[in-house]
Design a binder for this molecule. Structure first.
Ligand SMILES: CC(C)(COP(=O)(O)OP(=O)(O)OC[C@H]1O[C@@H](n2cnc3c(N)ncnc32)[C@H](O)[C@@H]1OP(=O)(O)O)[C@@H](O)C(=O)NCCC(=O)NCCS
Length: 162
């Protein structure tokens, strides 16, 4: 289940984004709780302004947080899809549903040409997810935290009736 992040989710957001694997694969800096809360506030403002979409992934039975699903930097460029699950939620096929739902809703509600994901070549789960969502490899680009450039995947807006 997905719902927008709320101010009361600051601790959950910190827990998700201070995990070492998430930091390694997203290039995020290790932040103090206070720094994390400051960024979180900025995320919430951008979500409200419609320039980001920041959703929490919840277990639909227990309501426990499983991770988050973000769409960053809206047009003019293709927005970037970033998913991060808590360690105990990974490897169970959970990410496909939120990724599919978010991309479908965003294409239905915004005139976007595509959505991209930037993936470290060693991130097998993320590569697998991109393939499952229907993204195709369109290039690579350097990042600031790893020698290996990110692989850039893109999901083009579906053409209905083609
Ligand atoms: C990346 C992430 C969101 C993927 O979510 P997930 O629910 O764990 O992924 P899944 O279990 O659905 O795996 C996705 C696919 O990759 C495959 N896969 C997973 N781990 C793999 C591995 N080590 N080697 C090869 N394939 C792998 C799975 O088999 C699956 O494909 P399938 O359903 O066709 O079998 C999650 O693992 C995560 O949060 N990782 C840490 C943060 C991160 O890396 N975020 C992405 C930044 S770009």
């Amino acid at each position: 289940m997905l719902r927008p992040y709320e101010a009361a989710d600051a601790e959950t957001r910190y827990r998700i984004h201070s995990d070492p694997a998430v930091l390694a694969y997203t290039g995020g800096a290790r932040l103090s709780r206070a720094q994390s809360d400051k960024y979180f506030k900025a995320y919430l403002s951008r979500h409200k302004a419609g320039t980001n979409c920041c959703l929490l992934v919840l277990d639909r039975i227990t309501d426990a947080p499983l991770g988050d699903c973000l769409l960053l930097r809206f047009p003019p460029t293709d927005p970037e899809l970033v998913l991060a699950l808590l360690p105990e939620a990974r490897g169970k096929g959970i990410s496909f549903e939120p990724a599919g739902a978010l991309t479908a809703v965003v294409f239905a509600s915004a005139p976007l040409g595509g959505i991209v994901a930037k993936v470290q070549p060693s991130n097998r789960a993320s590569l697998g997810l991109c393939a499952k969502v229907g993204m195709v490899l369109v290039g690579s680009q350097p990042n600031h935290w790893d020698e290996a450039p990110d692989l850039v995947y893109r999901l083009a807006r579906p053409v209905h009736g083609a």
